[in-house]
Design a protein around this ligand. Structure first.
Ligand code: NAD
Length: 371
């Protein structure tokens, strides 16, 4: 018998536990119907962990996260824990520590437009119908972490703010290789985005991506694009892209731009991956892009699709269960196609439903697809 797949559930705060409950139901379904079994342990993160232990991530929970195949996280944060004086006691500090300790340097943000939600986008349907792109953002380097940084007083009485954009060859190569590997499983095309025209770190990025491509991935089509042009091209003709790889700062902006083209925060999944071990397995964290939505928490109103689609990414990237991932994505797509909508994606003529009923419908659809 192969060892069970080990998952750590960190539901977190606000709507986190509500949307993660729907993932539990899918796991129970897979256990019954697909004979795929997961060992699921559960822990606290964010505000929930602060309330219980006085810290947003205990060492014990971190050790659990390091021991499993994948971590599924709901969301963290809320007004109760907004603590401007002690940064380490903020819920977000738990998530950042988790990302850092797991070494999650590649952030995968798909932007997929489901046919049923084409009208939710602010772009014309012909521009975005069928859109399916993947942005790979470098997550642990670049200007958000570079030294020197800070705000200093100048002799003339002015103040100066400094951040440093810095990348090493290995940081560039490891994230680019994630992008090339992904492209091979998709449409085999990578666009690398930087500002090689005005930044040395961008020039190095372009040189290293080109070199890696020649050495190991010449079967993949590679194009380079300046990030500002990339931002324009994403709006003008997004379907020209398959996989985009870019640094932390540009990735932050471009992935939000691409995400919003799809229309709803409640539909957006993400994955963050670390380095591959000797068996090719990577540390991984899967989470919806949205936050803890305190305004609707506890009301059974949240859209669970982003979290379910994040679990589909876990099935694909951590557990090699591509068929199951596709089935879950198809189930979400079909339920939307049938007119079910949580409040955030409600449209005229559609059937408004709760978190639980959306979960029920997706489970029914999974039954149909697997029979
Ligand atoms: P948010 O994403 O929580 O909510 C923004 C808006 O989108 C709200 O109106 C909310 O009701 C709605 N929304 C979000 N997810 C939804 C879903 N699944 N279904 C239906 N509607 C949904 O962002 P915010 O309001 O800026 O932040 C709230 C809290 O979440 C803050 O404490 C913030 O720090 C935290 N946050 C956490 C994460 C994370 O855990 N990764 C990310 C972003 C924000």
């Amino acid at each position: 018998m192969p060892a069970n797949k080990k998952l750590l559930f960190l539901p977190g705060d606000g709507i986190g536990p509500e949307v993660m409950r729907q993932v539990r139901r899918v796991i129970d379904w897979m256990d019954r119907k697909r004979k795929v079994t997961f060992d699921v342990t559960e822990g606290l993160v964010g505000g929930a962990a602060i309330d219980a232990h006085g810290t947003p991530l205990t060492d014990a929970t971190l050790a659990d996260a390091l021991a499993v195949d994948a971590v599924m996280l709901g969301a963290v944060g809320g007004p109760k824990w907004d603590n401007p004086t002690d940064y380490m006691k903020r819920p977000e500090a738990g998530l950042l520590r988790l990302r850092k300790e797991l070494g999650l340097f590649a952030n995968l943000r798909p932007a997929t437009v489901f046919d049923a939600l084409v009208d939710a986008s602010t772009l014309k349907p012909e521009i975005i119908k069928g859109l399916d792109i993947m942005i790979v953002r470098e997550l642990t380097g670049g200007v958000y972490f570079g030294e020197p940084r800070g705000i200093e007083e100048l002799p003339n009485g002015e103040r100066r703010g400094v951040n440093t954009q810095v990348y090493t060859t290995s940081e560039i190569r490891r994230v680019a290789s994630v992008a090339f590997e992904l492209a091979r499983k998709r449409s085999n095309k990578v666009h690398s985005m930087e500002k090689a025209n005005v930044m040395e770190s961008g020039l190095l990025w372009r040189q290293e991506v080109t070199k890696l491509h020649q050495e190991q991935y010449s079967d993949v089509t590679l194009e380079h694009m300046y990030a500002d042009n990339g931002a324009m091209q994403l709006l003008k003709n997004p379907k020209q892209f398959d996989v985009i790889v870019t640094d932390n700062l540009f990735g932050d902006i471009l992935s939000d731009e691409a995400a919003m083209m799809t229309g709803s925060l409640g539909m957006l999944p993400s994955a963050s991956l670390g380095a591959a071990d000797a068996n090719g397995n990577r540390k991984a964290l899967y989470e919806p892009v949205h936050g803890s939505a305190p305004d609707i928490a506890g009301k059974d109103l949240a859209n669970p699709c982003a979290t379910l689609l994040s679990f589909a990414m876990a099935l694909r990237y951590s557990f090699n269960l591509d068929d199951d991932a596709k089935m879950l994505e198809k189930a979400v797509q079909n339920v939307l196609g049938g007119g079910m909508r949580t409040a955030d994606i409600m449209a005229p003529g559609m059937a408004r439903c709760s978190t639980t009923v959306m979960g029920d419908s997706i489970l029914r659809e999974l039954d149909k697809l697997s029979s």
